[in-house]
Ligand binder design. Structure first.
Ligand code: BG6
Length: 534
């Protein structure tokens, strides 16, 4: 988000979990792309730490393969790769041993011959949440965390699995790092379209006046995935859709839509305004969970001609699993702007399409001057922020069909990133890593936000855990989710409007298995039919 030049100080990037999937698929390809774009500081070094027996060369070779497979730019040019790989080294280490940190401290303090400026050290924790505490304690005890100007820590979600475990992780972080040194990643905040929500709202005078309860009927946020749980069954069994997606990504999207304009475009002000939204969210009571929350789990089904197994048939998943792979929520923001405007959130795996969007549905016209037969309000006016694929913004409204008799039909005004901007967008990790290197925390979650999100969802998590779903699996792979999600909106006389689909989202399920988050989407084609309820 920061447009500043490269960081002045050299950076030592200490990557815990260096041999893991996250490092290979996302972090290292993003760092390499920053290198290609000339956006790493001179003297950037990457020190990988993991349990595996590997040499510096073997790690670099493994990363070359990972970059080839997962970078948006494909296989690296040999010269560029060698320049990057020259800065990669590896240490096999036990994160529970004090010796690891003593050795690390010696390496961090060592200066190249002839001196040179003190490096900024970024400790990136690409590790399961249970390892965060021992690692930050080790770093703290070795004196590696004290200098707030030269030490930063990056923690990946999931940050705990409930309010208590989050607090434990957070207090470990807080014992050794101050908030300004702590970067909690929610990769959705690095997506261009997500950042563009603020530009849309606050760089244009036309939207803000209608962005409230007088004009908006409701807001619907959909993050649908056609992928299943892939090889992540063991993790997902303990997470589920509410922890994996709603607690972080979907609530962050809601905050960006609902927040008040910041006074200044800086990390604290933006995060304060988002925090105000979280504080204004009406608490969910245990007794009210069944009215505001719906859960689902996919069973076997068909997706574009391919037969897919149900969740309980996925590797490392319990045959009688109670884990939800779909979650929907109705939330209310109790403040002046949004009183009685519901925010509906839904997310799920193995849904009909891979599509994420925010739909701001405006109120119906107050007076129907047209005869019913012409189709007024068949498609209510709405603004759709397409997060992925085919990123952009659509304004959907009614227009008269040419000719007579008089008929009204929904039409779109479309903004497409791909068409408007020649250059390819950086992926979310590139944006976020660059901000870490520059020390800009605007796009990262502050502790109080994460805590508020856990607090909000705890009643739902508890009730769902205590009362196993009697109807699981309750939606077929390849559908739009369980009926209970429809009921959630139908109770209010509303329904989910079908997401804006493009050919880019229509991947064969067997292809999606090989897709990574980095791969560009195929070229878009005109949208499929719209206005259906799903
Ligand atoms: C991750 C979740 O945070 O986000 C995954 O753990 C999910 O389950 C992923 O698939 C979705 O991210 P993206 O960027 O691919 O939409």
């Amino acid at each position: 988000m920061n447009g500043a030049a490269n960081p002045a100080a050299p950076v030592l990037f200490v990557l815990f979990g260096a041999a893991g999937d996250l490092s290979r698929r996302l972090i290292v390809p993003a760092l390499f792309n920053l290198h290609l774009d000339g956006r790493l500081p001179a003297g950037f070094r990457l020190l990988g730490i993991d349990r595996r027996e590997l040499g510096d060369g073997a790690l670099a070779e493994d990363y070359r393969d990972a970059v080839t497979r997962h970078s948006r730019r494909g296989a690296p040019e040999p010269g560029a790769w060698e320049a990057f790989a020259a800065g990669i080294s590896y240490r096999r280490a036990d994160v529970n041993s004090g010796e690891t940190y003593a050795n690390l401290a010696a390496m961090v303090r060592a200066r190249p011959p002839g001196g040179g400026p003190e490096p900024v050290v970024v400790f990136y924790l690409a590790v399961p949440p249970t390892l965060i505490e021992p690692i930050v304690n080790g770093l703290g005890e070795a004196g590696l965390t004290r200098d707030a100007d030269h030490a930063r820590v990056v923690a990946e979600k999931p940050l705990g699995r409930d309010l208590d475990s989050f607090r434990a992780i957070n207090s470990a972080l807080g014992r050794h790092f101050i908030e300004q040194q702590t970067y909690r990643i929610d990769h959705f905040l690095g997506k261009e379209t997500v950042q563009n929500i603020l530009a849309l709202r606050f760089a244009n005078p036309i939207f803000e006046p209608i962005w409230d309860r007088r004009y908006v009927d409701h807001v619907a946020i959909t993050v649908a995935e056609s992928l299943g749980v892939e090889h992540r069954g063991a993790y997902y069994e303990r997470a589920g859709a509410l922890r994996d997606m709603v607690q972080n990504h979907l609530l962050q999207l809601l905050c960006l839509v609902a927040m008040e304009p910041p006074v200044a475009y800086d990390a604290e002000d933006i995060r304060n305004k988002k925090m105000d939204v979280l504080r204004a969210l009406r608490p969910i009571t245990r007794a009210g969970v069944h009215e505001v929350a719906a859960r689902g789990q996919y069973g076997p089904g068909w997706l574009r001609g391919v037969r897919l197994p149900g969740y309980r048939g996925e590797p490392a998943v319990d045959l009688r699993s109670n884990t939800e792979t779909f979650a929907a929520l109705k939330l209310q923001v109790d403040n002046w702007r949004w009183q009685e405007v519901p925010f509906y959130l839904r997310t799920g795996k193995r849904l009909m399409d891979q599509v994420s969007e925010i739909s701001i549905r405006f109120r119906d016209v107050p007076h129907r001057a047209f005869p019913d037969a012409v189709g007024l309000n068949a498609q209510p006016a709405r603004l759709v922020i397409r997060i992925q694929p085919d990123e952009g913004i659509d304004l959907k409204f009614m227009a008269k069909e040419p000719g007579s008799p008089l008929r009204l039909r929904p039409v779109d005004m479309r903004f497409s990133y791909r068409e408007a901007f020649a250059q390819a967008s950086p992926n979310a990790y590139e944006t976020l890593l660059r901000d870490v290197l520059l020390g800009d925390a605007t796009l990262f979650m502050r502790a109080d936000q994460v805590e508020a999100a856990w607090r909000l969802l705890m009643p739902v998590l508890e009730v769902w855990e205590e009362t196993p779903a009697a109807d699981f699996p309750n939606y077929a792979a390849g559908s739009w989710g369980p009926e209970s999600a429809q009921v959630l909106m139908a109770r209010d006389g509303r329904s989910w409007l079908s997401p804006t689909l493009s050919a880019g989202s229509r991947r064969q399920p067997d292809q999606t298995r090989e897709m990574t988050r980095d791969e560009p989407d195929p070229a878009p084609t005109p949208p499929a039919g719209d206005g259906d309820t799903v």
